[in-house]
Structure formats: structure tokens, C-alpha cells
Design a protein around this ligand. Sequence first.
Ligand code: URA
Length: 438
Amino acid sequence: MIIPQWIIEKKRDKQPLSRDEITSFIHGYHQETIPDYQMAALAMAIYLNGMSFEETAFLTEAMMSTGQNLDTSSLKLPVCDKHSTGGIGDKVSLILGPLAAACGVAVPMISGRGLGITGGTLDKLESIPGYRCDLSEAEMVKVVEKVGCCIVGQTERLAPADKKLYGLRDVTATVPSIPLITASIMCKKMSEGLGSLVLDVKAGRGAFMKDPDQARELAKNMVRVGAQMNTPVAALISRMDHPLGRCIGNALEVKESVEFLQGKVEGNLWEVTRELTATMITLSYPETSHAQALAQVDEALHSGLGLEIFRKMVVAQAGDPAVCDDPEAVLAKASTVQEVPASEAGYVLDVDAEAFGRAVLVLGGGRTRSEDKIDPAVGISALVQPGEKISKDQPLYLLHSNHAERTEKALDLLKNAITLGPDAPKIESVILERILPS
Ligand code: URA
């Protein structure tokens, strides 16, 4: 028998918790013998006093063991997924899943919805008419067998304690804790029956982790938890100061992803997608070098195989495949599209990801509470990127809106979001660091 308050007391007093204590507490919370208020107290004690690496791994295992693992044993190819900690304009999953599948990786991707300023892959995909994110586990495996990848939502059976605990952390100011985030992400990913995992840990203004040192600590912790569970995990730390690509908003990002798979590749979106996909290939096929993997990704894109797999995935998940031929004809459109011109000529020095994330939220493209409905049509397109030369009156971006009042608010948030200057800036790589499994 466990006495929950003794466990809370230990963590409050900075003493390490044992595997048994952590497992019993999490199982008690899951089975509702431990109430929310005691779980909230323990989460706050962990937030304040941290956890050792061993405790974090025990917490991950305990959360995983509240559910079932996805049975991927029927898949013949190496199984790998990618997880991003979330950014502005981050539509990488839509492009990377099909490209990785084209290179011989089985990708049963489980994604999330957007909350706050960062968008969610499921919200983007649901802007395709008919697209179903709620596949059962058996359906998921069938789609991956047939197509090579699927992108779906979390099922009730995979690590259910995390959903409950995440909701509690959200309302008790205990989300930004490295051990709690590590366990939350890794328990879900490790339940997917993966052979390996690639993490995109974002750092910067538009990211959940603003500070690269914190992003590095989180990345290292997750890579180590993977190793402890005998699963190779690699993490890329990528810059999230500027939006990824030129569109932000759900339907607009689907359109951009399709155009990308049709071959319109450029900028920071390509760099990060290419690197992450290549890392999935090298983890899945360790005899392949990184350079060979990059060449395979390029071939998958330019041959059109990536787009073909995206089309098959959309069909297998009941979406309208016409999105692959003429996205604008199929996707929702906003009632007004306004050009925002540059007031002077110059080079784009900075595009503030956070300001753009807030503006799209205000337009209705994101949610502040998990039950909020989103407007798939609104957002930003044709956004300039750092380093581009702009003449006076040239559009800096197009703003898609369905409400005049929201348009005004968004424009106000974006007043100083783009900085121009007389000299071309030095464009740094979007990848800050790679942490590979040892
Ligand atoms: N994403 C998750 O899944 N869990 C966290 O705790 C934070 C981000």
C-alpha cells in the first residue's frame, strides 16, 4: 500500500523517488485512487525540485504502462516516427511522413492538435475534406502496410495517464518542467511500437523552449530515455525564431505542403525537413551514410514519389485526393485576402515567428483552450523570408481573414513583426545541433 502524501513529501524535500513509488503513484492516479489534488501537488514538487535521469525514465515507463503499445510486428520495414516540440508554420510532418515512406521507412505517425500559438498537424490535415485522424490502431497499421505512412491522432489506449496528467499540468502551471515534458512526450512515442525515433526540438521566440540551453537539456534527456528503453533516438535542435516556410494557418499550410511535394522547395522548411527525414533513414538503416540518406530524400521528392505517397495516405484516411492536384479548389478559403506592402525598400532582416503565431491565433486559426473550434481558412501566405530583397510597396505577406475586427487586431500585432535593413543579413543554418544516439 502506498501513502501518496509521503511520496509528495519526499519530492518536496528533494529526495529521489524509487521506481516503485513513481509507478504506484502514476497507476493510482490513472485508476482514480489518487485524486487530482495529490497528483497536482506531486507535479508541482517535480516542477520545483526536478527529477534525476533515473526518476524521469521510471516516470516514462510508469506512464507507458497505463496503456497498451501499438502492435507494429506485422510491418516488414523499419518503423520510425518524428516528433516536433512545435513551432510556427511547422508543416514538416505532412512532407516528411511521405518522403520517409518513399525511402523505405514505415511511419505510423501520431500527432497532436495545436494549442496556443503553435499549430497542430491534425488541425492542418483536417482541413482536407473528409480526412479522418481518428483511425483505430488496427486501421493505422493497415494504412502503413499499404501506403508506408499514416498521420493520426492519439488513441485512448496509448499512455492514457499522459492525457489526464497533461490536462492537470495545463491548469496548475506545471507544463514547463523538463522531466515532466520528457516523460510526457516519450511515453506516447515509446508506445507506438517504434524501432527508432527522431525528435525536432525547437528553440527560439516561436518555440515552447525559448532558450537553446533548455532545448538541449530536454533533447539530451529524451535521447537518454530512448537509450534506456533500447530504442535509438536522435534529436535535432532547430531554430524557431522565424516561421517555417511562407504560410501559417491550417488550409494554407496544406496547400504549401502539397506545392512543396510537387517540387516547389525552398528555404528553411526544406532544410529542416530534409535533415529530419535523412536522420529517420540513417536510424532505420544504420549502414546508410547521412550523405546517402540526403540523396535518397532528394530523389523521393524530385521523382514525385513523395507526393504519390501523400495522395495514397489522404485516400486511405478518407480525404479528398483532389487536394494533391488543385489544393485551392478543395480547401476552405477566407472571405478577404489583404496584401500588406513594405513601407520601404531593403533586405528582410527578421520575421518574428511569435508575432505571426499570435496573429494567426487572433484570426481564429488556433485555439487557446483545447475545446475551441478553429477556422481552417485563415492565416498568412506569401510571407517574405530573412535575406530576401524587397522593394517599396512589394507585399510582405497576404493576410487571410473572415472577420474585419480580427483583421485589425492581427495587423496591429504584426506592425513591427518584419524588420528591413539596408544590408543583406548572414543566413544561419536552421539546425543548431544534432544529438545522435551513442
Ligand atoms: N508536448 C507534450 O506532449 N507533452 C508536454 O509535456 C509538452 C509538450
